[in-house]
Design a binder for this molecule. Sequence first.
Ligand SMILES: Cc1cc2nc3c(=O)[nH]c(=O)nc-3n(C[C@H](O)[C@H](O)[C@H](O)COP(=O)(O)OP(=O)(O)OC[C@H]3O[C@@H](n4cnc5c(N)ncnc54)[C@H](O)[C@@H]3O)c2cc1C
Length: 463
Amino acid sequence: MATHHVIIGGGPVATNALETIREFDDASQITLICDEPPHSRMVLPYWLCGGGPREHAHTSDDADFQRLNVNARIGVRVNRVDPTANSLELSDGSSLEFDNLLIATGSSPLKLPIPGADLPGVQTLWTLADTENLLKATDGSDQPRVLMIGAGFIGFIMLNAMHKRGWQLAVVERESHVLPRMLDADAASLVERWLGLKGVDVHCNTAVQSITQAGDGAKVVELSDGTKLQADMVIVATGIQPNLDLVQGSGIDMDEGILVNDRMQTNFGHVYAGGDVAQGSVLFSDRPAIQAIQPTAVDHGRVAGANMAGHETHYPGSLSMNILDVCGLQNASFGNWSDPNAKTTTISNAAGNVYRKLLWTGDEITGALFIGEANDLGMLTDVGMVKGIMQTRTPLGSWKGYLTENPFDIRRPYIASKVPQKLVKTTLLGRPAKMRQFQFGGTQPTAHVSAAHGVYVGTKVQG
Ligand SMILES: Cc1cc2nc3c(=O)[nH]c(=O)nc-3n(C[C@H](O)[C@H](O)[C@H](O)COP(=O)(O)OP(=O)(O)OC[C@H]3O[C@@H](n4cnc5c(N)ncnc54)[C@H](O)[C@@H]3O)c2cc1C
């Protein structure tokens, strides 16, 4: 009998896992179960800002599943996992047996426990349905007023998309500065100043206490410092939690997420987990952590898929990284950027919107922060090179002293320490990844490549 692999989810973990299984094995049976159409959440901001149609977020369709010989059960939820009986309980009342299982259920936005959080016009911005809802609610309005509660990484990705549409934006963050889990206070002050220049109204150090509806339908948002703000739509972006309901009481080990080893296996060897729902190894830390970012999800999916197909693969751990465009100001943070024990090299030019901080453990870069304007192409390549140095865990030896004196010249230590040669040889599965074959139904992007980026990546600038 052919092995039966079952995958729960339809995000990047699931997509990469099933394609990887098929790279190694044509004969097995694969079933994918997802309550949403398979898609990439990372593409939602492009849809929101008008940069492409909804279809561009989709990552598979019936033809693709047929090509990969996958039995896709879309619109169905898994209610319960039994790893001992190798069976699942599904929302349509049926059950399903598996040989190998991958739990790739992702995460969901936290609810806001305050009065008014369930009013119409107050919503999260995480799913296809959320994005569609916001677009419908603002349709026909030239400059809707949108207030975002929470100034974190994902919230700001969507804020940037709304800024591109020219909407009137306000942000409330209960911590002392924006992007508190991505930037230190000095870096965040540059971002806050920039947002002010771009017309975004920022309120930090204050919490939303209630939301009420005025006679004209506007939402009145009351803050703990007494301020009252008005908005047409309120977006709740106060954090996420892994989707663990289906494994509660199953015997699968969990901490903050499902605990996995370096093959993405849980404490049941035939049950795997990956992505936002999994707590696995991370670079520069002994403690497993959830890294709710796309690159980790892709890696987890490929490693899980390879192991499920019998191709033993070990994951070195993911690099914590957030790279973000805030209304034209580029921000990047890597690794242990807030490590109080690390030695630091910092350069700051607030007037020029430049901030750069390298964190050292011995002669290794174990954390980094970057801020610069979108046309600062040197900064963008430096971000890539520091990421490469960190991902390959290259000790910089005497180049540490050089970089401390010349933090804008990353290229020399990068080349001299042979990081490119290491990166070229680095593959997750011991061979180059295959290109995905899924096409977006023939649709074309409508966003134009900017002149600066066109020159840089050698892409022809349109119009
Ligand atoms: C708007 C937005 C923008 C983002 N942009 C970036 C970015 O620029 N860079 C970056 O690194 N990361 C970004 N992220 C984060 C990134 O999208 C996630 O880390 C990634 O999607 C996680 O992948 P996953 O496969 O673990 O889960 P998901 O992509 O969330 O997929 C899980 C799927 O499983 C389904 N599911 C859950 N429970 C069940 C169940 N019981 N039964 C059946 N189906 C179930 C869910 O509905 C969902 O469709 C963004 C996220 C959002 C929301």
